[in-house]
Design a protein around this ligand. Sequence first.
Ligand code: 13P
Ligand code: SF4
Length: 306
Amino acid sequence: MLYTQELTERINELKKERNAVILAHNYERAEIQDIADFIGDSLELSQKAVELDVDIIVFCGVNFMAESAAVLCPEKTVLLPELDARCPMADMVKPDSLLYLKKQHPDAAVVCYVNTTAEIKAECDICCTSANAIEIVNSLDQEKIIFIPDKNLSEYVARNTDKKIIPWEGYCPTHNQILPIDVQRAKNLHPMAQVLAHPECRYEVLDMADKICSTTGMVNYARTSRCNEFIIATESGLMHRLQKENPQKKFYEVSPYTICPGMKMIDLKAVADSLEHMRYVIEVPGDIRVKAKNALDRMLAVKIKR
Ligand code: 13P
Ligand code: SF4
């Protein structure tokens, strides 16, 4: 306990000294969420990175999120406390294979989920997140859309748009392993609960959901809903924020295995060390940065209702 307190005090001192803020994704460890200046989904964290008037952003999330902040804010130093905090889905698409697909569909626009590397974003027309994927696709002039890398999110979008979606075979190992039987088991145990599912889940799982939305979408829905019990079909880190912000409501994990290893890598010691030693600075080479920024800027320009 004392150790936690000492580390927290050290982090707060270093934040002041360095004019830094801590941004944390909704899936981060509870201790990280508790010391963060701002917690959010991928879209909110990108928006926040741009808005903030600070010198340093300590990004508690996975690599592609810190990279997006570095692309969007070249004047700020972006630190990722653990270099191995990565998203396996973001590594499921390589530039050569994407260029090949683009050649096969020269009339298609390319939409990439933010869960991609900057190198891949640089080859895309526009980015999207789970909070705005349908709006982004519908905002484009083209009727054909290459949608990378998540096959589940692309199927969700395809079912909610008139455009022709050309999918990629990527997936999130954490969400893709949630099966309808997990949802059914949770529903049997908690018959009054509503099911909230992230669109990275398989379609059979989304079909059983009362609400499909981003991580912050779930926080907003739980707060405003008249329902008092929820089964949460997404990564387990969100449970902390849901329970903390709605102490009178009940939240149940859809299964005990919904853990993203990358999102659990950063602890308080890593954040303190990151600020102390200014590590690990996330940098994106100039030409890739400029092209990736275009795709992210285009996304941020599309206004959505939250
Ligand atoms: P959100 O943008 O909904 O927070 O999702 C990010 C993510 O990585 C989901 O697995
Ligand atoms: Fe990537 Fe899945 Fe982890 Fe999200 S939960 S960061 S998509 S591996």
